[in-house]
Design a protein around this ligand. Structure first.
Ligand SMILES: CC(C)(COP(=O)(O)OP(=O)(O)OC[C@H]1O[C@@H](n2cnc3c(N)ncnc32)[C@H](O)[C@@H]1OP(=O)(O)O)[C@@H](O)C(=O)NCCC(=O)NCCS
Length: 157
């Protein structure tokens, strides 16, 4: 398994992976190009045998420089349940670009059990508390059906 920062040439494959990973919102290929262009230091792709098995996108919010905000984590069906999701998160935190982070924040849908377990596992690994609150109420998404996005905050670590 190779873990590295995404490159421009990965954007189309990342888009294809996200498409196969509900309930994640599918963003445009252009969004994934921007992530590889401007946020590559805080994103990772996981490749095995040339196939894209995993992806995580994150950034340091400009007003909260001690926070690493994890945007999307995706593991292909063929690679699930093997610890890759947790491995991607821990590897991201070990990178120089995340050195200043004392908190990890992310949003998780109320029914996403695997994602919740993954972030609980990260909190355990970091020996840090985990706090949950509502960030984006479903009404903010307009008429399209969308779940609440609940903020999970892990830290300080
Ligand atoms: C969430 C996701 C990234 C997890 O990837 P993964 O590589 O299978 O995760 P891990 O193997 O590291 O497992 C993390 C934990 O979740 C648990 N888990 C895995 N699948 C589960 C499921 N379907 N239901 C409940 N728990 C589950 C694992 O047992 C593990 O817990 P443990 O450490 O206590 O044993 C993957 O399921 C996925 O891509 N889902 C679709 C997209 C998504 O929801 N992304 C997260 C939102 S940002």
């Amino acid at each position: 398994m190779v873990l590295r920062s995404p490159e421009r040439s990965d954007a189309h494959a990342v888009h294809g992976l996200i498409q196969q990973c509900p309930p994640l919102d599918l963003n445009s290929v252009y969004t994934y190009l921007l992530l590889s262009e401007h946020f590559a230091d805080t994103c990772l792709v996981a490749l095995r045998g040339g196939q894209l098995d995993g992806f995580v996108s994150a950034y340091l919010p400009p007003q909260k420089t001690d926070v690493l905000f994890v945007w999307q984590v995706a593991v292909h069906q063929r690679a699930r349940g093997l610890g890759l999701g947790g491995h991607l998160l821990r590897s991201l935190l070990a990178r120089p670009a995340a050195r200043q982070a004392r908190y990890v924040e992310t949003t998780v849908g109320p029914d996403n059990a695997s994602s919740r377990r993954m972030f609980q596992g990260l909190a355990g690994h970091l020996n840090a508390p985990m706090h949950e609150s509502l960030l984006f109420d479903r009404s903010l998404f307009g008429p399209s059906a969308h779940e609440d996005e609940r903020l999970i905050r892990i830290g300080p670590f």
